[in-house]
Design a protein around this ligand. Structure first.
Ligand SMILES: [Zn+2]
Length: 155
């Protein structure tokens, strides 16, 4: 796979330090490690190896991957497989992307109580959708805010 014109790592490298400084106190160690992994992925910072073509002798440097589960470079193939599997499950109807968000004042509380607050948000979102449409939807269980794709078939 060739290099994309603009990658998440490019954005993090260009704006990450200022953003981290502005968000200091609001970012977890895990979030900081993810940003660092994405910035360093497939760069000389993680080392690499030289591949040599047996036919022409041409060398190619291949930098090591970060293998972080949030890295778009490392998880690209897995994401494409997941998407293809979800597409195979789709009904032949129109779908809507539904995102549940929190008002800003409650979002500030969520910084301190992520597990409890997002757990409640997922529960409320699921209950709301089940009341509206008692049919299967695809959920993003590990993301915040919660989102889903739900069929738009009329009753
Ligand atoms: Zn990576």
């Amino acid at each position: 796979m060739g290099r994309l014109a603009l990658e998440v790592a490019d954005v993090f490298l260009a704006h990450g330090p200022a953003w981290r400084q502005a968000q200091r106190g609001h970012l977890s160690l895990t979030q900081l490690k993810v940003m660092s992994a994405i910035e360093r992925c497939r760069s000389s910072a993680l080392g690499g190896h030289v591949l040599r073509c047996a036919g022409c002798g041409r060398d190619q440097i291949a930098y090591n991957s970060c293998r972080n589960r949030h890295c778009p470079k490392c998880q690209g193939p897995a994401a494409r497989r997941w998407l293809a599997a979800r597409e195979a499950d789709l009904l032949p109807v129109e779908y809507y992307h539904v995102v549940f968000t929190l008002p800003a004042p409650i979002g500030q509380i969520a910084y301190q109580n992520k597990a409890a607050l997002y757990g409640l948000l997922f529960d409320i979102a699921a209950e709301t959708l089940m009341r509206m449409r008692p049919i299967r939807s695809t959920w993003a269980r590990a993301s915040a805010p919660p989102w889903c794709c739900t069929p738009g078939a009329r009753r």
